[in-house]
Design a binder for this molecule. Structure first.
Ligand SMILES: Nc1ncnc2c1ncn2[C@@H]1O[C@H](COP(=O)(O)OP(=O)(O)OP(=O)(O)O)[C@@H](O)[C@H]1O
Length: 646
């Protein structure tokens, strides 16, 4: 690697490298337009972020490769680049940077040295960097027309910063967040830097201990990757159906942001100007959140629309604090409210896990979808969604897109079958039985679909013959189960997973619990082209034990669970969990609730993925029938219970 540095180490080359990132990147916020003409010449502006959170904007041209980028970073930030990888979403970049689009955020991670709490957080050197990276105070990354509203907000914020209106830190929540204001001092946006997320190196609330790119608060969402998910949720919310506030990814520079100095996450004495990659979301004035009052005034359609979004994006964090409530004034609107869904950083996980839907037991969720809602669902096109997201958020991981596709297909099929929101949400949620977390009905279907494609050679003669119902094995290694027996899909779904003893601890599906580990740490070998840096799933032997926190969440009743989740996610600043934070810094290993994966999607090849989706759809019908019969049974029991009272 050192030998390949030689050319760059010569004085001439070094000067050139500095000159590139000194090249005029002026302008306040419309960077992407400025660069449009340059695309054809191979010139692009990118923002490189180190795993400790420092960000440097630079221009690339056709002759650049990963090494020249790293070298510039080393010169500007004095950042060690030995044994480091430059990544762009799923890709580890080598010689070919053609996949990198204008305005893209790249991540530089060190391979072996410190991907843990021992990593010192290198503070950016303030003014010096700003002189080199001459991009504007706030730059929107991406050029979607959907960001029109954001441009106005960015303009207002920049104007206010210039006249000395300081952003205000947000005290609630686990992550670092700041209200940016206009010149009149009114909040116009909430900004959440990616390196201040829970457990990220510069988290201001003591939740530190992970490098960017490592598994985060949810194992299937990496630290530093909640920002683009917030934007994805906004972009997917076509026609503003669910009311997600306009959100964009920005590169933003201000001294208000937090930088932890050194291993223990201490704060430096002096605040410097620092650049961050952050989500920038319109501030929506509101009266309270959904946890503060009863939910009976919430309009059915608002609950349905937010639920539809949550299902599509597999939201793992829809707790009451993430639904803002605004009272509607005006004649004849007394008591009416509007719901505003926020905080979508933990949607689109890289693998299925346990979602969290606060609305699941609200009566509104059991009311059938309206015709408008059904039409909206019918018009959803997961392939188009993926294309749009790849275009607008090129760093998005394919694993996230697979979850989006799967959930959208599931929603479409379920709605057309006649299931209501609550039923669909329940099918996606895991159960906790006898001390074990069990796969959701959705996951069970996925597990079986995977089995079918894995066994298709073996099974095809039987399945293709006549009208026999589809058959598959249940591969169970416990006594008390007839391994040789075949059950039909209908049979399978009719018996509950626990009846079969396929709880995670009892039975080992070929695709049972899998722990995700992140494997982006391959050593760079010059001369190779970019390669995939995808999540790797290990075998059940490396199963993570569920942390005490997660255990306690799982063993409580739904009501308790809601409260504990609220506490954990800090929607209430007065909650015990968050109030404790001043007592010291929490390391990620201490605090992180492990969650496990029962089925993987990301490892399937393109063809297998297509086949998998086919099988998945085939298996849905009996699963829906089973769910309907459960709901009907519950209703009958309820009626019986009521009549018995009289
Ligand atoms: N778009 C918005 N408009 C107005 N207020 C907002 C907006 N987004 C967030 N907030 C406020 O900021 C607080 C913190 O935001 P948010 O919940 O998104 O942060 P977080 O650190 O991800 O929190 P959590 O730990 O709950 O996941 C919210 O509780 C809410 O009061």
């Amino acid at each position: 690697m050192i030998s390949s540095c030689h050319s760059l180490d010569s004085p001439v080359q070094t000067q050139m490298a500095v000159a590139v990132f000194k090249s005029p990147l002026g302008g306040e916020y419309h960077g992407s337009q400025r660069m449009e003409g340059k695309q054809s010449t191979g010139r692009r502006r990118v923002f490189v972020q180190t795993e400790t959170g420092c960000v440097l904007g630079m221009e690339l041209d056709r002759s650049d490769n990963a090494h020249t980028v790293k070298r510039r970073l080393q010169l500007a930030l004095n950042f060690p680049i030995e044994e480091s990888s430059l990544t762009f979403g799923d890709k580890v970049l080598k010689n070919d940077l053609s996949a990198v689009r204008n305005d893209s955020p790249l991540l530089l991670t060190r391979n072996f040295l410190h991907r843990s709490s021992s990593t010192p957080c290198l503070s950016p050197t303030g003014k010096e960097i700003q002189q080199r990276d001459q991009s504007g105070l706030i730059e929107i990354l991406g050029r979607s027309n959907s960001f029109a509203k954001m441009k106005q907000l960015v303009k207002e914020s920049v104007k206010a910063i210039k006249v000395g209106v300081e952003p205000l830190p947000v005290h609630s929540g686990l992550g670092g967040a700041y209200y940016f204001r206009n010149s009149r001092g009114e909040s116009v946006a909430i900004v959440k830097p990616t390196d201040e997320e829970p457990f990220a190196p510069n988290n201001p609330k003591g939740f530190v201990g992970k490098a960017l790119g490592q598994p985060g608060l949810k194992r299937s969402v990496r630290v530093g990757e909640t920002g683009f998910r917030e934007v994805a949720a906004y972009l997917l919310d076509y026609d503003h159906f669910a009311n997600v506030p306009p959100t964009a990814l920005v590169k933003i520079t201000h001294s208000v942001f937090n930088v932890n100095d050194g291993v223990n996450g201490n704060k430096p004495q002096k605040k410097n100007q620092v650049s961050k990659i952050a989500s920038f979301q319109q501030f929506i004035p509101h009266d309270f959140d959904a946890g503060d009052h009863g939910t009976s005034s919430f309009p059915v359609s608002a609950v349905h629309r937010i639920g539809i979004l949550d299902i599509r994006i597999f939201n793992t964090d829809r707790h009451a604090g993430n639904l803002l409530v605004r009272k509607l004034d005006g004649v004849g609107r007394f008591g009416q409210v509007e719901l505003i869904p926020i905080d979508h950083g933990l949607c689109l996980p890289e693998t299925l896990e346990d979602p969290y839907f606060e609305w699941i037991h609200w009566p509104q969720a059991s009311i059938p979808f309206s015709d408008d809602e059904l039409e909206y669902i019918e018009n959803l096109d997961p392939a188009e969604d993926c294309e749009m997201l790849r275009r607008e958020l090129p760093m998005i991981r394919e694993a996230c897109l697979r979850v989006l596709v799967l959930c959208t297909v599931f929603l479409k099929e379920a709605a057309s079958y006649g299931l209501c929101l609550a039923e669909i949400g329940e099918m996606m949620s895991r159960e906790f039985r006898s001390g074990e977390e069990e796969p959701s009905e959705l996951e069970v279907v996925c597990i079986e679909a995977r089995r079918l494609i894995a066994d298709r050679e073996e099974f095809s003669p039987r399945t293709d013959s006549g009208d026999e119902p589809f058959q598959f094995d249940i591969d169970c290694d416990e006594t008390g189960f007839d391994f040789s027996s075949k059950v039909t899909a209908e049979d399978y779904m009719t018996r509950t997973t626990s009846q079969y003893g396929i709880g995670a601890g009892n039975c080992r599906f070929a695709l049972s619990k899998l722990e995700e580990s992140i494997d982006e740490e391959e050593e760079e070998s010059e001369g190779e082209e970019s390669e995939e840096a995808s999540a790797v799933f290990t075998t059940p032997e490396r199963l993570p034990s569920i942390s005490k926190l997660s255990m306690s969440l799982k063993t409580t009743t739904v009501g308790e669970k809601n409260q504990k989740l609220q506490k954990f996610s800090g929607s209430k600043p007065e909650s015990g969990y968050v109030a404790n934070r001043s007592s010291g810094h929490r390391s990620a290993t201490e605090q992180l609730p492990a969650s496990m994966s029962f089925v993987k999607l990301a490892d399937l090849g393109e063809e297998e993925w297509g086949l998998f989706l086919e099988k998945f759809q085939e298996l849905l019908y009996p699963a829906f029938a089973k769910r309907k019969s459960v709901t009907l049974g519950q209703k009958q029991r309820q009626r019986l219970g009521t009549s018995c009272q009289f």
